[in-house]
Design a protein. Sequence first.
Length: 251
Amino acid sequence: MNDRHVVITGGGTGIGAAIARSLATQGARLTLMGRRLEPLQQLAGELRDARAVSCDVSDERSVGDAFSRAATELGPVDILVNNAGAAPTSPFHKLDASDWRAVMSVNLDGVFNCTRAAIPGMLEQGWGRIINIASTAARRGYAYVSAYSAAKHGVLGLTRSLALETARKGITVNAVCPGYTDTDIIRDSVALIMQKTGRSEEDALAEFTRVNPQGRLIQPEEVAATVLWLCSEQARSVTGQAISVSGGELM
């Protein structure tokens, strides 16, 4: 990782922040991107060599500006971690076209926009790592998140196709598929269940832990450790994969 330039989208909190901390300990130079600048700046200030750059991954112009700034400050992107995402819940029959498009624009278009911005430099230097933080929802369905699941299935398809295109070019492309992870998204969901149903926190949390055979939430640091390995030379033969970090939920 020494002096590798890593871009992490959604890099200010949760899984993105855990990945940033993990890679920073290995000497990477980091550009943290996201829509909310404050948490990005706070985390960047804690790390050895990190920058915070405002970026809306769903907006092509915003992505172009952000990656241009990142390259100017830290050089070509060696490693891209597409982590930004959103997972709103709704019954399918209550979704309208704007809801659907909003989920797709962040979770799928965002991966396309950022990958397209980063890959020319990787091709030029003959080395690169693209790691898409997908979800177990990329490999199975869940009720009430049909748009999210469809988007993440799309991310996995893109991952596999791009891995084949870049296999002889020194670039690997992989997806990491975490199960329910201990982040603000899950905490907010637990609070919402408690509010709407009157159930206890323990009972609300069980809605998420019961699908994991280990009976627990995944920790962000576990996802980060998988990303760190995929960045390494030891993983240079691993490409086009969907690596499940889910306690055995997917096999």
